[in-house]
Write a protein that binds this ligand. Structure first.
Ligand code: PAZ
Length: 410
């Protein structure tokens, strides 16, 4: 996808810029748009947004699981953290064939969840389906195939079947895997870890809202640790194509079924119409070379609603801010902290996020950099570099993850 920022002057009714994506397939674009959620008061945006989507099918089941989990830990007066992790998708069609995604593998969330568990928290792990999970992350995904950790032991002498031995963990991995296995078993057997998956940005929003409200009985024992990479732009349901967006012109008798990018009304779609209004690149090209122009709206910033409405009184809210431009990171993290009045923003850069973060706090020192020293950036068993041990640091175990400073990196 090639991304073009829309010239805001072309759309005076929006205070938040929409974004256009162009891909090399025939064009379908929009000339009219519905009012932007970004222009509304947070409570109004909430009701419009959540009324537009049917709740995810799994929500009632997730709510029941979460309710039981929370009750258990309220009873035990235990702290509970909601860790969000992984990226959200933005579907282009209601019956989704294509979607926009982002880079997040869920390493931060899964790693941090392990630290929280070690510190005695119960963890609700709201994660992108198939992203990294606490404990299993050491042996999953592309960095390592779990089969590489296995061997076949020689058959036991005298055993009935001498054709094969048992499958065992290779000697060199025994110690580390035993350690991980014990922690995993402990978390499972003691009901300390609840795994709840999402895929789309809308599913994420529904789950977050429900879980935050369910966590109210926890009061100050609740912590929100929002490490998921949540899409900033989306296609509202009302402007989404129902069916797969077509890449070639259809005969007239097949047109108008919603597959061409329009919503059911077809009047205000995200992906139909005069794409040249936005890109200026599409004139006089044969159909086969036209582009698909996708008009995205800003996702409402529900952190406001989380802090001021959904979350329990006295709970702590930690959000993350990812940037790629080092000159923007602290500014953007500070702005988020001021805007949403929560407790901590942890800033990180895409390229250095595995060993360097900055804590932006309302109280002095306001800005604190935490780095894993080079020597400690060892590969774990799975070949994934260790993440900064945020939960340890938040508990005041200073230096646990390495050096600290109040200066930005050069
Ligand atoms: O999942 P991961 O470990 O690859 O990346 C973690 C992260 C960069 C998504 C997280 O640390 C973060 O910054 N989340 C917030 C992103 C944002 O919406 O700005």
């Amino acid at each position: 996808l090639r991304r073009n920022l829309l010239n805001p002057s072309a759309l005076p009714q929006f205070s938040h810029p929409s974004i256009l994506f162009t891909v090399g397939i025939p064009s379908l674009s929009s000339s009219t748009m519905s009012p932007s959620l970004g222009d509304m008061e947070p409570a109004e945006a909430e009701s419009v947004y959540f009324n537009e989507y049917p709740p995810p099918k799994a929500l009632p089941k997730h709510e029941a699981l979460a309710r039981a989990f929370i009750d258990l830990h309220v009873e035990a007066n235990r702290r509970v953290v909601l860790v969000t992790s992984g990226g959200t998708t933005v579907p282009l069609e209601a019956q989704t064939v294509r979607f926009i995604d982002n880079f997040s593998a869920g390493t931060r969330g899964a790693t941090s969840a392990e630290y929280f568990l070690e510190q005695g928290y119960a963890v609700i792990f709201l994660h992108r389906q198939y992203s990294l999970l606490p404990y299993s992350r050491h042996y999953s995904h592309s960095t390592n195939c779990f089969l590489d950790f296995m061997d076949e032991a020689p058959p036991v002498p005298g055993a009935a079947n001498q054709d094969h031995g048992s499958i065992v963990v290779r000697d060199e991995y025994q110690t580390e895997m035993r350690d991980v296995l014990r922690k995993y078993r402990y978390a499972k057997q003691n009901n300390r870890l609840l795994l709840l998956p999402f895929t789309t940005v809308a599913e994420y929003m529904f789950e977050l809202r429900s879980l935050a409200k369910l966590m109210r009985p926890l009061g100050p024992n609740a912590l929100f640790y929002l490490a998921a990479a949540v899409s900033d732009f989306f296609i509202p349901r009302s402007r989404m194509a129902e069916h797969k967006i077509q890449s070639s012109e259809l005969p007239p008798e097949y047109q108008g079924g919603g597959g061409g990018g329009g919503g059911d009304s077809g009047a205000d779609s995200a992906v139909e119409g005069d794409d040249e209004i936005y890109t200026g690149e599409n004139e006089a090209k044969p159909a086969s070379q036209k582009k698909l122009v996708i008009n995205l709206d800003p996702v409402p910033k529900f952190l406001h609603r989380l802090v001021d409405g959904w979350a329990p009184d006295g709970s702590m809210v930690v959000s993350f801010k990812l940037e790629t431009d080092p000159t923007l990171l602290v500014y953007k993290a500070r702005t988020a902290l001021q805007r949403y009045s929560h407790h901590l923003v942890i800033g990180n850069l895409l390229s250095t996020r595995k060993w360097e973060v900055v804590f932006i706090t309302p109280d002095p020192p306001h800005e604190r950099w935490i780095r894993v020293p080079k020597a400690r950036r060892s590969k774990s068993i799975s070949g994934v570099e260790d993440q900064v041990g945020l939960a340890e640091i938040m508990k005041g175990d200073k230096g646990a993850a390495g050096s600290e400073s109040q200066q930005a990196p050069n």
